[in-house]
Design a protein around this ligand. Structure first.
Ligand SMILES: O=c1[nH]cnc2c1ncn2[C@H]1C[C@H](O)[C@@H](COP(=O)(O)OP(=O)(O)O)O1
Length: 232
């Protein structure tokens, strides 16, 4: 019988799995990431495309921005992007992946070195992650979003684009905290929070409140889902 496991992903199987936690990833400078120390590491680049908007849902919740994330083939959320090919640099890698995964028109929206936001290393996994971010206009964002449906990877590696809700609703949980409760590839949840902070899309205290609410929910939900040992 042929391999029904991870197939050609097997060599990367231990990367970016659900058990990864924020503490596995240390921030490093882009310069350091290019050094000898990390030359044998796998590198991956992902990008957050976004457009600020001033729409308000039901006269209550400010949208703030449309951010492009995606549902991936493995059921995890993440940003468009992927592994950097041998001989390729992280910037060329992210532009190639954006063309494949979301059909990005590189003549108009090619990312530049100055769009690099942060890089991380996961030493236990020999993995370096580069995160880029780019602001586009609302019209460009809609156009890019529409084109994702005809991108080469749509329907297989990429199962649909999603816009995270950036507000927190009256119950203190629905909205961004609920969105943070999803399962994420690599450290893309952390990247989303860094992107919100870096581009000043949300205030620091709004981000912290949403993170607290998500963490409180996760503790409570473990109990209501029967995941806590109730024998004692
Ligand atoms: O959005 C992301 N942010 C950070 N890390 C991510 C993100 N998406 C995936 N990952 C991790 C998971 C793996 O460790 C690598 C490469 O993943 P992937 O994007 O699936 O790469 P390919 O498309 O298979 O080249 O990054």
């Amino acid at each position: 019988m042929t391999d029904i496991g991870w197939g050609n992903l097997a060599q990367y199987e231990h990367y970016g799995r659900v058990g990864d936690i924020k503490e596995d990833f240390d921030i490093i400078s882009y310069e350091d990431s290019k050094g000898e120390l990390y030359s044998s590491f796998k590198h991956a680049s992902h990008a957050m495309l976004f457009a600020r908007n001033d729409t308000v849902l039901w006269d209550l919740y400010k949208s703030r921005a449309a951010i492009m994330m995606q549902m991936r083939f493995d059921g995890l959320l993440g940003f468009p992007g992927g592994l950097v090919d041998p001989g390729e640099n992280p910037l060329d890698g992210v532009n190639r992946e954006l063309e494949e995964e979301i059909g990005l028109d590189l003549c108009k929206h090619k990312l530049q070195n100055s769009d690099q936001v942060v890089s991380f290393v996961n030493k236990s996994k020999n993995l370096v992650l580069h995160f880029y971010g780019k602001e586009v206009t609302v019209n460009d964002f809609s156009e890019i979003e529409m084109k994702t449906l005809s991108a080469p990877d749509y329907g297989n590696e990429t199962l649909g684009m999603i816009r995270p809700p950036l507000y927190t609703m009256g119950d203190g949980y629905r909205g961004l905290p609920a969105f943070l409760s999803n399962s994420y590839a690599g450290n893309s949840r952390q990247e989303l929070l860094i992107g919100l902070q870096h581009f000043k899309i949300l205030e620091q205290d709004e981000i912290e409140k949403a993170v607290d609410s998500w963490k409180t929910f996760m503790k409570t939900n473990r109990q209501t889902c029967g995941l806590t040992n109730t024998d004692s």
